[in-house]
Ligand binder design. Structure first.
Ligand SMILES: Cc1cc2nc3c(=O)[nH]c(=O)nc-3n(C[C@H](O)[C@H](O)[C@H](O)COP(=O)(O)OP(=O)(O)OC[C@H]3O[C@@H](n4cnc5c(N)ncnc54)[C@H](O)[C@@H]3O)c2cc1C
Ligand code: SF4
Ligand code: SF4
Length: 575
């Protein structure tokens, strides 16, 4: 069919001189936009459940105190975690699928550095029903548990065997990774809460375990402070250092002479710290490990840095014998090993290669083959598989390295928070089983203190949020960019002493790094929905910046939801 237009006829353009507001087109639509906050995958992966997109947004806006408050709500150690956490958050960051993950770890450190040491805005809950809680051990697990219990209004006494609190953060990790001044600042902030700290008191020796019974609840977090023994034939065991003791002496600033060469036996965090400390004492270092690099339990960054600093690795070897040479050196005989099918730890099992041995000479030998929990003072009913297991024992809780969980600082912090919430439930006569699921952050076990505080007294638990996938991010709105690499101390200076290696971000680097965050599932006020709405029915409340939709005139076209880069605006059918 041919359509002809008569150009001589007059065109009629309809113009309304009145308002179209009376035409409530909103009634035509069957779906409307809703604000639906979701959980970012980084937040789900952080064992402490920090609201990462929120703190990064605040950092980008230069609202540093508010950013610190956001972190402190879930984790009292931003300066520590910003340095030595193994940052599983970054491995799950949606941006990693686009170009490179956001530098969450370094940003956490930056926020801790640019803010004061006060407990910003954090209100202590009423102590009307407060109870007395004993915490044994002032490592990350015990200090975190005490911090959260104190925020929840309880009176906490910490018993710590050492003369200073901090656990492995104080006596294990060397200064070049975690300066003591940073740790002290964060512990001071925790102890500015009403917490009694009793250092130099070893439970089981200075006071009896039974004396803890005077408390309404008990949290056990003694860590795993005993060096596992290594059995070797012959030699002079006096000449063999234990990794933990060696690091403790380094951290007490004792002078140690290792002489020219050192062999470190082991493949975990302790072995890496021992090896890198030995390098700083001017010794040539070889790490001997019975499996291969792929099976090493140490944090990956640590292995890479140790290698970069000049530590040598000898894989698939197991020491079997040592003897002193005429020149008073130590000759260590190693059995060569090979890998077979996985063992209980799911790593390939190392078995001897018959008749294949290797002998290495060294001046010093340090063993770092694992840490055990000292259970000598723990009642038998609380012990299972060489760890503490409180099961359903009333009023006794446990966490950190002494229980069956991954041995990292952030998991210790998370276990302290979990215990504080469980203890609070218990002291209030509640059963926590069901409610802990109401405050979980995603599905990997993290809990949100913010959600707990919201639901605790009112019973109004927040809605469960889905985790935002990469596919739900509209990447058209973002430009590819690279992470800022953190500045480091000059190569020539790194091994001269124990000064911190990583130098952190400056304000410009931090601002750019924060701006790379997609803000998955969180509104960062980009105003896309407002600008793109063809009907002009979306506005923002200028006071609290909440989105307001004029539903009488919203036709439900869904443009706003399409234009939201981060899946916060979703269309929902009217019921
Ligand atoms: C050398 C080394 C380096 C590490 N590096 C890292 C790292 O870079 N990143 C990471 O995430 N993890 C690292 N880890 C693991 C991490 O440090 C631990 O998982 C974490 O410290 C465990 O915390 P915790 O509170 O359970 O125990 P701990 O930190 O061991 O603290 C336990 C505290 O309890 C005290 N105590 C023990 N018994 C008693 C008692 N009977 N009475 C009173 N007090 C007692 C101890 O003195 C100690 O202060 C490292 C571990 C080691 C050994
Ligand atoms: S505590 Fe660790 S996992 Fe959590 S945000 Fe910080 S670096 Fe990431
Ligand atoms: S882009 Fe931002 S919010 Fe999204 S996962 Fe990464 S850090 Fe988290």
């Amino acid at each position: 069919m041919k359509i002809t237009v008569d150009s001589s006829s007059e065109l009629v353009i309809p113009i309304s001189y009145g308002s179209t507001e009376v035409i409530e087109t909103g009634k035509w639509g069957f779906q409307k936009p809703h604000t639906s906050f979701m959980t970012a995958p980084c937040q789900e992966a952080c064992p402490a459940g920090i609201h990462i997109p929120q703190f990064l947004y605040l950092a980008q806006e230069k609202m540093y105190d508010e950013a610190l408050f956001t972190i402190l709500r879930e984790n009292p150690f931003p300066g520590v975690c910003g340095r030595v956490c193994f940052h599983p958050c970054e491995a799950s960051c949606n941006r990693a699928q686009y170009d490179e993950s956001v530098s969450i770890h370094a940003m956490e450190r930056f926020i801790a550095e640019v803010t004061s040491n006060q407990i910003q805005n954090i209100q202590l809950l009423s102590s009307k029903n407060s109870k007395k809680v004993a915490v044994v051990g002032a490592g990350p697990a015990g200090l975190s548990c005490a911090y959260f219990l104190s925020l929840l209004g309880h009176r906490v006494t910490i018993f710590e065997a050492q003369k200073e609190p901090g656990g492995v953060m104080r006596w294990g990790i060397p200064e070049y990774r975690l300066p003591k001044s940073i740790l002290r600042k964060e512990i001071q902030r925790i102890l500015s809460l009403p917490i009694e700290m009793r250092t130099g008191v070893r439970v089981g020796k200075d006071i009896l375990f039974d004396e803890l019974d005077q408390f309404d609840a008990i949290f056990l977090s003694p860590g795993a402070g005993m060096n596992a023994p290594l059995f070797m034939k012959g030699g002079d065991p006096e000449r063999v250092w234990k990794g933990g003791e060696f690091l403790e002496r380094i951290n007490s600033k004792e002078k140690i002479n290792l002489r020219k060469e050192t062999i470190v036996i082991g493949g975990g965090n302790t072995a890496m710290d021992v090896a890198r400390s030995a390098l700083r004492l001017d010794s040539k270092v070889t790490i001997a490990y019975r499996r291969t690099r792929n099976e090493m339990p140490a944090i990956q960054d640590e292995i890479v840095e140790a290698e970069g600093e000049g530590v040598r690795f000898e894989f698939l070897v197991q020491p079997v014998k040592m003897n002193l040479t005429k020149k008073k050196r130590i000759a260590v005989t190693f059995q060569r090993m090979k890998l077979t099918s996985p063992d209980q730890s799911n790593r390939p099992k190392a078995i001897p290669v018959k008749g294949d041995f290797l002998t290495l000479e060294t001046d010093s030998l340090i063993t770092a083959v694992g840490e055990l929990v000292d259970l000598s003072w723990i009642p038998k009913k609380l012990i299972k598989d060489d760890l503490i297991d409180t099961g359903s024992t009333p009023k006794i809780f446990a966490g950190g390295d002494a229980v069956a969980q991954p041995r990292t600082i952030v998991t210790a912090i998370a276990s302290g928070k979990r215990a504080a919430i469980s203890i609070d439930f218990f002291l209030r006569g509640d059963d926590d089983g069901e409610d802990l699921s109401k405050i979980s952050v995603g599905g990997k076990g993290s809990l949100s203190m913010e959600a707990y505080l919201q639901g605790r007294d009112s019973g109004g638990w927040p809605e469960k949020k889905e985790v935002v996938s990469y596919q739900q991010i509209n990447t058209l709105y973002f430009e590819p960019s690279q992470r800022v690499r953190m500045r480091k101390r000059h190569r020539n200076k790194v091994l001269k002493g124990f000064s911190e290696i990583n130098l952190g971000y400056n304000a410009k680097e931090a601002n750019f790094s924060a701006s790379r965050c997609f803000s998955c599932g969180t509104c960062n006020y980009c105003y896309n929905c407002y600008f793109f709405c063809p009907e002009g029915v979306i506005s923002f409340n200028p006071l609290d910046r909440t989105r307001v939709v004029d539903t009488l005139h919203c036709k439900g076209c869904g443009t706003c939801a399409k234009a939201c880069p981060r899946s916060v605006v979703v269309m929902k059918e009217l019921s």
